[in-house]
Ligand binder design. Structure first.
Ligand SMILES: Cc1cc2nc3c(=O)[nH]c(=O)nc-3n(C[C@H](O)[C@H](O)[C@H](O)COP(=O)(O)OP(=O)(O)OC[C@H]3O[C@@H](n4cnc5c(N)ncnc54)[C@H](O)[C@@H]3O)c2cc1C
Length: 183
């Protein structure tokens, strides 16, 4: 199967799309392929085809910590902003990776939950915040994360505990194993 064949499954995937439209700096060249999966099933299918066809894969959140070169990015770029659901149950907030960390912080505050105040000015996604262990004003993502759901590059869904995430200053496990944070 070719990447563009996934359109038949309703997946939003296009060829040669300028990334400048999606980056915080409004700069950057084209993605060879660009996809916006709407759910885990679509994401898994995309990852599967890149594996089968040996196509390079880059995942982007809100592109607020990236400078993309003018020549663009070869292979498939996945932007997760269509996966942005945030739910609150008792004292736990669950946020999909494409949700903005700012929206997540405000949702928590509206539910009377503290802890994410530090993130109220960080212009990234939840996935990007976890990848970077983003922090500000003495707060850090690792202080509020209970667990992280990922899709591995082998196409397997896994849940890592906070401890397994190996958080340290602006670092987390997914920088090393290239897993895709899904929520
Ligand atoms: C004005 C401004 C203020 C900022 N203030 C702060 C601050 O106070 N504190 C701070 O820590 N940072 C800050 N940043 C940096 C940035 O916002 C954070 O690093 C943020 O966490 C990046 O998230 P993003 O979704 O934009 O990631 P992106 O820029 O899209 O990606 C960054 C990296 O994360 C990876 N990534 C993104 N999503 C996923 C995912 N779902 N799964 C796996 N990997 C993923 C990408 O591959 C890439 O390597 C600031 C940036 C700007 C422009």
């Amino acid at each position: 199967m070719e990447l563009l064949d996934l359109r038949k499954d309703g997946i939003d995937i296009q060829k040669q799309i300028p990334l400048s439209k999606y980056t915080f700096t409004k700069t950057g060249g084209p993605a060879e392929y660009l996809a916006f999966p709407k759910n885990l099933d679509e994401l898994k299918k995309l990852v599967q085809v890149t594996r089968e066809k040996n196509i390079p894969l880059t995942v982007i959140g809100n592109a607020s910590n990236l400078i993309i070169r003018d020549s663009g990015i070869a292979g498939l770029v996945i932007i997760l902003t269509e996966m942005k659901k945030i739910t609150v149950k008792a004292n736990t907030v669950t946020a999909e990776a494409g949700a903005r960390i700012i929206d997540t912080a405000f949702t928590a505050a509206r539910a009377g939950l503290s802890g994410l105040e530090f993130a109220a000015g960080i212009p990234g996604s939840v996935g990007g915040a976890i990848f970077m262990n983003a922090g500000a004003y003495g707060g850090e993502t690792q202080n509020v994360v209970q667990s992280v759901n990922v899709l591995t590059r082998d196409g397997e869904f896994k849940t890592y505990s906070n401890k397994e995430m190996n958080f340290s200053y602006r670092h987390s496990l997914v920088q090393d194993n290239k897993a895709i944070v899904v929520s």
